[in-house]
Design a protein around this ligand. Sequence first.
Ligand code: ADP
Length: 167
Amino acid sequence: MATRPLSPRLAVYTGTFDPVHLGHLDIIVRGSHLFDRLIVGVGNNPDKTTLFSIEERVTLLRQVTGQLSSVEVQPFTGLAVDFVRAAGARIMLRGLRTLSDMEYEFTMSLMNRNLDPGIETVFLMANEQYSHISSSLLRQIASLGGDLSKFLPVVVQEALIVKIQRK
Ligand code: ADP
């Protein structure tokens, strides 16, 4: 375990981002106003099937956060708390949409605190405009040909359409 002091000015926003949508981006922008630096940690879980590969998810996130100078995007494998600590942060940032999110996120944060009591999870409430969207719902809508322009940055929308057509 790292012995260097963990920075309170750095936070790590972890997730799968399959793909990144405007709800995620809203949390990233707001997080970047709260912390000096924000690392977006894109989880690579070999047991979880994703539509976009880890490289594609990282590339899309880098494209949509390119204007945010304090935001950096990195892939990670393994436990999120280990990634947060290795980055030198003590804050894991997460978003909360619904009551069901709360139950899941509460369990995850308790488990993470057990795994590493030095890491605190900080939650930001979803913007009401995006509180009903999730990557899985957007993937479904895309496969049914629905309009995604309100929920996805253009570059992600294009990538999702291409991906669904090739499936
Ligand atoms: P994970 O598989 O880790 O839940 P996700 O990519 O689904 O990864 O979500 C990453 C984080 O973003 C989670 O904390 C999730 O609650 C949050 N999140 C997802 N969708 C939204 C949204 N529409 N608004 C705000 N936060 C969201």
